[in-house]
Structure formats: structure tokens, C-alpha cells
Design a protein around this ligand. Structure first.
Ligand SMILES: Cc1cc2nc3c(=O)[nH]c(=O)nc-3n(C[C@H](O)[C@H](O)[C@H](O)COP(=O)(O)OP(=O)(O)OC[C@H]3O[C@@H](n4cnc5c(N)ncnc54)[C@H](O)[C@@H]3O)c2cc1C
Length: 200
């Protein structure tokens, strides 16, 4: 992303109006939305902005089973399950997430997660683990979404949030409105990106 004013010489670029891609010619744009999820802070750096984010990994197990025991999301006390198509279930547990660190043994954590699922849905005791994945939640440092225009940088917007599966449709609609006519809906007003450090 190229701000109109060179950020190396200028304290704060005024307007973001050009994008450069690998292998593709630059293109001129009216607006750029940083919706890069857990990598949003890296994209923000491209325009000289600091977007502080939490380091919040989560483990997801995908298992294959004879009979899928749930038809919708199930929140049990120690584990969450959701159906993932025929013969498949996805498992998650905040308790297991809390054990993730650089020295964690992924296989061991995955099997613990499967055991928690088997405790609440016995048909999963024989399930086959087909994928275990650690993914990072896109969470700004104060735990709240960062949605809207960055004051110091016209044309640059953020849409960075946890619970983005749930919030995506409403954030998409409200941010579109802001981009088109500048209206900041009261629902997103508390989550302005400019509450974090200004563009440098
Ligand atoms: C374990 C776990 C459990 C979760 N549970 C829930 C839940 O129950 N409910 C819920 O609502 N949310 C949940 N979330 C959060 C949810 O996954 C995210 O909030 C959501 O995925 C955010 O969507 P997004 O489109 O903003 O970002 P993402 O889905 O992360 O997509 C970002 C995209 O940007 C791309 N990208 C990154 N960097 C660049 C770059 N430099 N150039 C071009 N593209 C780039 C990536 O490839 C990716 O395609 C969970 C997350 C985790 C990790």
C-alpha cells in the first residue's frame, strides 16, 4: 500500500490511494480495508500504523466419526463441538487453548481435546483425528474490534475483530456505509481504530 505522501519523509501520510501487488501493476483506489485477521498488524505496518494485537492462539481438532452427534454448535462446560459436514465434527476448548505455548506438544493437546469431546458425546470416543490446527484469533490489544477509518490516514479503514464469523455481516454493512458517506453508526462508534497509536 502506498500513501500519497512518502511515509519515510513525512510524519503522517494524508491519503492512501495506491495499491501495489506482487506481479500486478499498481492500481489506484478510493479506499482500502485492512481485514487481514491475525495478520492485520502487519498490513497496518505497511502504512506506518501500529495496531497492537493480542497473541491468542486456539486449537481446533477435526475428527471423522460414524455418526455425527450434534446438529448445531454445542457449548458443553469444557468443550465445544460443531458439525462439519457428513461424518465430521470440529472440536474446541478454551481450557486446552490456555495450555498452548511455544513448547506445547500439539499431538498431546489434540488428544486431550478429543477426550474432552468423548466425555460429552460418547460416539466421539472412537472418532479419528484427521486434522489438528492452531490458529490465531484477530484480537486488538484491548479485546474489542477495530472498525472504521483511521483519522490520520484518509482512505484507510480497518475491520479487525474476534468473533468475526458472527459479527462479519453487520460490520460489513456498517463499514460500507461509513466508506460511502462517512456515517459512523452508533454500533461501531466505540470501536474506532484511532483509539490506538496514531500513524507515524
Ligand atoms: C480457535 C478459534 C475459534 C474461534 N471461534 C469463533 C467463533 O466461535 N465465532 C466467531 O464468530 N469467531 C470465532 N473465531 C474468530 C474468527 O475466526 C475471526 O474473527 C474471523 O475469522 C475474522 O475474519 P476476517 O475475515 O476478519 O479474518 P480472517 O478470516 O483471518 O481472514 C483474513 C484473510 O486475510 C488474508 N491476509 C492476511 N495477510 C494478508 C496480506 N498481507 N495480503 C493479503 N491477504 C492477507 C488471509 O490470508 C485471510 O484470508 C475463532 C477464531 C479462532 C482462532
Amino acid at each position: 500500500m502506498r500513501p500519497a505522501a512518502p511515509s519515510s519523509r513525512c510524519s503522517a501520510p494524508a491519503q492512501l490511494n495506491e495499491l501495489a501487488f506482487h506481479n500486478i501493476k499498481e492500481c489506484f483506489v478510493d479506499a482500502v480495508v485492512n481485514a487481514a485477521g491475525p495478520a492485520a498488524h502487519k498490513v497496518a505496518q505497511l502504512v506506518g500504523r501500529t495496531l497492537p494485537m493480542r497473541d491468542e492462539p486456539g486449537l481446533l481438532d477435526r475428527v471423522r466419526c460414524e455418526k455425527v452427534p450434534v446438529r448445531r454448535v454445542m457449548h458443553a462446560p469444557h468443550v465445544e463441538l460443531r458439525p462439519d459436514g457428513p461424518g465430521r465434527v470440529v472440536l474446541h476448548s478454551r481450557e486446552i487453548d490456555a495450555l498452548i505455548d511455544p513448547d506445547s506438544n500439539l499431538a498431546e493437546l489434540s488428544h486431550r481435546l478429543c477426550r474432552l469431546a468423548g466425555d460429552v458425546a460418547p460416539t466421539l470416543c472412537d472418532a479419528e483425528l484427521i486434522e489438528a490446527m492452531i490458529a490465531w484469533r484477530p484480537v486488538p490489544v484491548d479485546g474489542f474490534p477495530s472498525v472504521g477509518r483511521v483519522d490520520d490516514l484518509a482512505g484507510y479503514y480497518e475491520a479487525v475483530t474476534h468473533s468475526g464469523i458472527t459479527l462479519g455481516p453487520i460490520i460489513g454493512r456498517l463499514l460500507t456505509q461509513e466508506i460511502i458517506d462517512g456515517t459512523v453508526d452508533t454500533l461501531i462508534a466505540p470501536y474506532r481504530p484511532s483509539r490506538f497509536e496514531a500513524v507515524t
